[in-house]
Ligand binder design. Structure first.
Ligand SMILES: *Cc1c(COP(=O)(O)O)cnc(C)c1O
Length: 360
């Protein structure tokens, strides 16, 4: 190895779900929303005055921050925006997990958490979920350097009650507790209502799932003024202009159409509920989900085999060959038409013993 190479920061990067070039595949592998974003987003982009691009954007993204603050009933000083919640979470790890003590998160969760911990050389200890993929709150009542919990959790889809999370937040006044609510719009209760009570609570959300804007890259954090202030100090020490002017304009249009968000979420939830039924008729078992995906194992056929068969036939879902979850597929909720194709493929695949929804 060349001598300079010894001094390189070496990390094992996060592996995102595939973004295939072929537009004809059925893409149920990255929890995107199958419907377009709110119509106001297109209008904002079409009407965008390009002459303002000669200037730097507003480093505070104040108009977007204010729109989000209004939506959540918070002060703008309690809101921080970034380039997707991945950017916000990476910034939060860098800002708040500085104690040198291990941070805590579940053993099965968003697989970016251990990557950021490694990147910033933050020690961590994974806490095992129980056999139903539920958090055991006692695991978070010990000394730690911070806590991050996705709620609902990914890739399991399991929702923890706000009261349980509140006990964890309350038991850890010396740590920052981050609740990652990427999927909360699909049926979970948000912890954002606890922000004025707990100075150590940071709640993150994203425009990538329920708002159909994964390609735009907007995420945000809500917390006490102090937490948001510290986050901004780090952000302004890193890159003042994370949010570009086009994204800010389009993002505001999305936030201003609450009815469209609720309609979209309702459509996804309706599809999810019927797909749950069809998957159980086909012999799948899964924890109940409060997200736009289902984390399912089959009674008899190994997940990896189903995954490969689906993939060969142009249906992409997500599979991890990792301890405890190697027999599960994470299936995002697409349109009704896409889900019909998935179900019809699976019916054929499992053969005659599963036809007509009767288990053989
Ligand atoms: C999708 C996702 C994110 C990141 O989303 P962004 O596109 O970066 O906003 C964060 N946390 C969880 C649990 C997710 O599933």
């Amino acid at each position: 190895m060349m001598s300079w190479e010894k001094n390189v920061r070496k990390v094992v990067p996060y592996v995102a779900g595939e973004q295939p070039k072929n537009p004809n595949i059925i893409k149920l592998n990255t929890n995107e929303c199958p419907y377009p974003p709110a119509p106001g987003v297109g209008a904002a982009l079409h009407g965008f005055d390009c002459s303002i691009l000669k200037r730097y954007p507003d480093p505070d993204a104040a108009l977007l921050v204010e729109a989000l603050a209004r939506r959540h009933g918070l002060s703008p000083k309690q809101v921080f925006v970034g380039v997707g919640s991945d950017d916000v979470l990476a910034m939060a790890f860098m800002t708040f997990f500085q104690s040198g003590k291990p941070i805590l998160f579940p053993d099965i969760t968003y697989s970016f958490y251990d990557v950021w911990a490694d990147l910033y050389q933050i020690p961590y200890e994974c806490q095992p979920l129980d056999e139903y993929f539920c958090i055991r709150k006692e695991d978070y009542f010990k000394e730690n350097g911070g806590i991050i919990i996705a709620n609902p959790n990914a890739p399991t889809g399991v929702l923890a009650q706000v009261s349980v999370l509140e006990e964890i937040i309350k038991a850890n006044p010396d740590s920052v507790v981050i609740i990652d609510e990427a999927y909360v719009d699909f049926g979970g209760e948000s912890c954002a209502g606890l922000i004025n009570q707990y100075e150590n609570l940071l709640v993150t959300q994203t425009f990538s799932k329920s708002r159909s804007l994964a390609g735009l890259r907007i995420g945000y954090a809500m917390g006490s003024e102090k937490l948001i202030h510290y986050l901004n100090d780090v952000k302004f020490s890193f890159n003042s202009y994370t949010m570009n002017a086009v994204t800010i304009a389009a993002g505001i249009a999305s936030v201003e159409d609450e009815a469209y968000l609720q309609d979209t979420v309702a459509k996804v939830v309706r599809t999810r509920e019927r797909v749950k039924k069809e998957l159980s008729d086909l012999g799948f078992i899964f924890p109940d989900t409060m997200t736009n995906f289902i984390f399912a194992a089959h009674e008899t056929v190994p997940a990896q085999e189903i995954f490969e068969a689906l993939r060969t036939n142009g249906i992409y879902v997500r599979y991890w060959n990792k301890p405890r979850i190697s027999n599960y597929l994470r299936i995002s909720i697409g349109t009704d038409e896409e889900m019909d194709k998935l179900i019809s493929f699976l019916k054929d695949y499992f053969g005659s013993c599963y036809t007509g929804g009767q288990k053989g």
